[in-house]
Design a protein around this ligand. Structure first.
Ligand code: SF4
Ligand code: SF4
Length: 171
C-alpha cells in the first residue's frame, strides 16, 4: 500500500502509458464485474487510509454545493446566507454552487473544519462505491496521481482484472 503523496505523484508520471492502456482495457471488460471488483478492493483499501491525515483532494476538488447545503452551511457557521455565498461560493450549473477557492477554505492542515457538515460531494469522493466505474474513468483517473485511495484501488484492479499478470512491488 502506497500512501506517501510524493511517491504516488512520482509513480503516476511513470505509469502514464500503462494507465492510458488500462483505461482502454477496462472499457472492454464487463462493467458489472468491474464494479464488483472495485467495491471489493475498496473495502480492503479504504479502511487502511486515513483521510484526515491526507486531505489532498480538498486542495483541488471541484465540489458542487446545492442550495439546501448552502443554507445548512450558513446555519452551521451562524452567518447570513448571502455572506456565506459571497465568501465561499460561486454560481455553478443548474442552481447549484461551487467552492470559490482552492484549496477549499474549510481545509485546515489536512482536516476538514466543517467535517460533520461537509457537502455530499465531499462525502462521496472518491466515488468508488458507486455503480458504473467504467463510465467514470476519466474523472477517477484525474485523481489517480493525488488520491491514495484511488491509486491503490486502481493498482490492485490491474491485477484482479488480469491486466497485469503479477503483483507489482508497489502494492
Ligand atoms: S468541505 Fe471539507 S471535505 Fe469538502 S472539500 Fe472542503 S475541506 Fe474537503
Ligand atoms: S479521498 Fe483520497 S485524496 Fe481525499 S483525503 Fe482521502 S485519501 Fe486523501
Amino acid at each position: 500500500m502506497v500512501t506517501n503523496l510524493e511517491e504516488i505523484a512520482a509513480y503516476s508520471l511513470l505509469k502514464q502509458n500503462e494507465n492510458d492502456n488500462f483505461v482502454d482495457y477496462l472499457k472492454s471488460c464487463n462493467s458489472l464485474e468491474v464494479d464488483e471488483a472495485v467495491l471489493k478492493i475498496n473495502e480492503v483499501v479504504e479502511p487502511q487510509i486515513d483521510c484526515t491525515a491526507c486531505g489532498n483532494c480538498c486542495k483541488t476538488l471541484m465540489i458542487n454545493v446545492s442550495t439546501s447545503e448552502t443554507k445548512k452551511l450558513a446555519t452551521f457557521l451562524n452567518k447570513p446566507i448571502e455572506e456565506v455565498k459571497h465568501t465561499y461560493l460561486e454560481e455553478g450549473l443548474q442552481q447549484s454552487f461551487i467552492m470559490k477557492s482552492f484549496p477549499c477554505a474549510f481545509l485546515t492542515g489536512t482536516k476538514c473544519s466543517i467535517y460533520e457538515n461537509r457537502f455530499e460531494g465531499c462525502k462521496e469522493f472518491p466515488n468508488l462505491k458507486k455503480k458504473d466505474f467504467t463510465n467514470r474513468l476519466f474523472t477517477t483517473m484525474m485523481h489517480y496521481n493525488r488520491c491514495p485511495i484511488i491509486f491503490n484501488v486502481v493498482e490492485r484492479l490491474k491485477i484482479v482484472t488480469h491486466y497485469l499478470n503479477s503483483s507489482p512491488t508497489i502494492v
